[in-house]
Design a protein around this ligand. Structure first.
Ligand code: FES
Length: 682
């Protein structure tokens, strides 16, 4: 390189250097450490190296790029353009050679470490740093005089063509390597996977010729009630399909402790439950691949986040130790496994499995995933994060300290164990308002932006129908019943006579509220029953008690902000959450939604190898608080039963809504006064 050599400036990185005339742009990029992708190693067949040259005056960079600063369009590019089409202004970086000073832009699609914007409410970006990458190689043919094995020649090709010093090979790939090499006429693509930035890469798949079918990964949030999966393109980070199913282990017990009890009472019960969940994951993988129109053979990585009992049952470890203090985990470390280890037969045997580390005791890999997604340890102000499933994962922290606990809320917030409850899906009521005067409801369902009663609502919901009520809908319903004076602070629904509306009707010895009735057209009758109110009281008390326990431990009475995540979908009304007494009192503009934080944490770990290392370090700094043995948890739980919370001052709530004074305890209906009993961990 001399002072006379042309100057090459890459954007957006700003990296620059002088290169001799005739240097391919890809070579210049590599020498400067510019993030420019390549699978074929510069052979002009993969098109991953596309760049956009910039001509003219670039005063910012001190460069004037003249016509002819890059070599002319060559035959390889012309052939590629003819067959596949190159976007206007694009060149192949491995073919275009430097002739003069030039500015080269690397578009996001050509960057390995591109950023993927998360679609959820907060615009967190995920940076691509994939653990698995593709390499196209041309392998020497065997010959009688140099009798090396095929794998050894593959290793040599990777060393010579990609400077990869050492590799290993997954056994299932080794068994198929010879036919792949011969079918590819000694040119093959291998997928190399690394468990860490410094680990020796391993061949986890091989294809004849250039593999253009893509690589995919699954991010799976394995919950006690539902299993949710996001199929992600490991090249672009894009989620190509999402799907969820109920966890079939529910038939062995609805909550975690009843599943542990099942194992205690039924020898071999753990094996049954392990088989059930693995079968479900296999079915889910097949379904989601079908939905995306890809073969499951392309799903080469899967990341799991789950609570400790699910974690052990997925791994085939008896969870009985988690049923008793001191709640010892078999291991809290992260795990790198293969699909073969877990009998995930829908996936290739050598597909890689990464399970996030657990924090400790009942605070599992799902809480670690929330920490990875929401990063409380990087927050300057004190943030309370609640991710609600059948257990709530609760984190409280800032840059000085992070605490975490898991609280047994039960499945009510997921719409389960609610009389008209359902998962968040088209047709589910997700928002509801009750007129305080007429006591009449109006509602919105998932899949339609209009409120019931607005023009076009019935047309737009004709396809989905009105099918039930989801987690955010039931929270709003309970809070709205309270605001409208149809529910008293102890959680009792009033009778027709007490409330003056026939929407409140007697059901057995208690009352219920009718939201929607389509029984005359063969449709559903959607109500909120006294049992539903109890389930929600129980869930919100457990959630609140968990949050308060962390605040006690931190020695604070207030938090600066609250992040709500989990089963509520993208939005939950902060006002309704506060009327319900679900969360500690904070200014409403300090409450935000984060969608499914545990699922997002799984996606981040799937797409970014450095993030795995980060969470493996971070979990060691998080302090676990165990709700199961903490007497103050019970005190906070009991104190939190009322709607809203009876003893917290709630000055903020008073500013946004005036709650009517009502009391239905004297109705003599045999009710137990709305008291709720604490649920076992679930
Ligand atoms: S590196 Fe593959 S086409 Fe340029």
């Amino acid at each position: 390189m001399s002072h006379q050599d042309p100057l090459v400036v890459f954007t957006p990185s700003g990296k620059r250097g002088r290169f001799p005339v005739g240097t391919p742009v890809l070579t210049a990029a590599r020498q400067l450490g510019v993030d420019l992708d390549s699978v074929c190693g510069g052979r002009g067949i993969c098109s991953k190296c596309q760049i956009t040259p910039g001509y003219g005056e670039f005063s910012k960079h001190g460069v004037t790029a003249r016509d002819g600063a890059l070599s002319d369009w060559n035959a390889v590019e012309a052939r590629y353009d003819e067959k596949r089409g190159l976007k206007q202004g694009r060149r192949l970086g491995c073919q275009a050679k430097v002739q003069g000073d030039i500015v080269i832009d690397v578009p996001p699609e050509s960057q390995v470490h591109r950023q993927v914007v998360r679609k959820a409410a907060s615009a967190r970006v995920i940076e691509m740093d994939p653990a698995t990458r593709l390499y196209y190689i041309v392998v020497d043919e065997p010959d009688m005089h140099t009798p090396t094995g095929d794998l050894e020649r593959v290793a040599r090709a990777l060393k010579d063509q990609w400077e990869i010093a050492e590799i290993t090979c997954e056994f299932p790939v080794l068994t198929k390597l010879q036919p792949v090499l011969r079918k590819g006429k000694w040119a093959i693509t291998v997928a190399l996977h690394k468990t860490s930035a410094t680990a020796t890469p391993s061949i986890i798949a091989a294809w004849p010729g250039l593999h253009e079918g893509g690589l995919y990964g699954l991010a799976i949030d394995l919950g006690s009630t539902t299993i949710a999966a996001h199929l992600t393109n490991l090249d672009t980070g894009e989620v190509v399909a999402s799907s969820g199913i109920m966890n079939p282990q529910i038939r062995f017990g609805e909550d975690l402790m009843s599943r542990v009890s099942y194992v205690m009472m039924n020898p071999g019960g753990d094996v049954e439950m392990t088989g059930a969940v693995r079968d479900a994951i296999n079915a889910l993988a097949e379904e989601i691949a079908k939905e995306a129109g890809i073969s499951t053979s392309l799903i080469l990585e899967t990341v799991f986040v789950c609570n400790p009992v699910m974690h052990h049952l997925l791994l085939g470890i008896d969870p009985v130790e988690l049923g008793q203090a001191p709640f010892a985990l078999a291991t809290s470390n992260h795990l790198n496994l293969t699909a073969r280890d877990l009998d995930l037969t829908a996936l290739p045997a050598s597909a890689q499995i990464y399970i996030l580390p657990c924090i400790a005791g009942h605070v599992g890999a799902d809480a670690a995933a929330v920490a990875l997604s929401e990063q409380p340890g990087k927050s300057e102000d004190l943030v309370l994060i609640v991710d609600v499933g059948t257990n709530a994962e609760i984190l409280l922290g800032n840059t000085t300290r992070v605490l975490a606990c898991s609280s047994p809320t039960g499945p009510a917030f997921e719409g389960a164990q609610i009389s008209s409850g359902q998962r968040a899906a088209p047709g589910a009521i997700e928002a509801i308002r009750i007129d305080p005067v007429s006591k009449e409801p109006r509602f919105r369902v998932i899949g339609c932006d209009k409120w019931s009663g607005e023009d076009g609502f019935w047309d737009e919901t004709a396809a989905s129908g009105i099918t039930g009520i989801c987690g955010s809908g039931i929270i709003e319903a309970v809070a709205e019943l309270r605001i409208a004076g149809l529910l008293d602070p102890s959680g009792l629904i009033g009778s027709t006579a007490q409330t003056g509306t026939e929407r409140c009707f007697a059901e057995g010895r208690t009352n219920a509220y009718l939201i929607f009735d389509a029984t005359d057209q063969g449709g559903p009758r959607i109500t909120v029953t006294q049992g539903d109110i109890r389930a929600i009281q129980l869930a919100k008390s457990a959630l609140y008690a968990g949050a308060r326990l962390l605040m006690d431990e931190m020695g604070v009475e207030v938090v600066d902000r609250v992040v709500l995540a989990g089963a509520f979908g993208a939005h939950i009304s902060a006002k309704h959450a506060m009327v319900l007494g679900m969360i500690p009192d904070v200014p409403l503009d300090k409450v935000s939604s984060a969608g499914n934080a545990a699922g997002t944490g799984a996606r981040i770990a799937l797409c970014n190898l450095a993030a795995r290392a980060e969470i493996e370090r971070t979990v060691l700094q998080i302090t676990k608080v165990e709700t199961a043995i903490e007497p103050r948890f019970q005190e906070h739980f009991v104190a939190a039963n009322a709607i809203p919370h009876a003893t917290d001052p709630f000055p903020e709530l008073g500013k946004v809504v005036e709650l009517p004074v009502v009391g239905f305890n004297t109705q003599g209906d045999g009710s137990d006064g709305g008291r709720v009993r604490r649920r076992k961990r679930g």
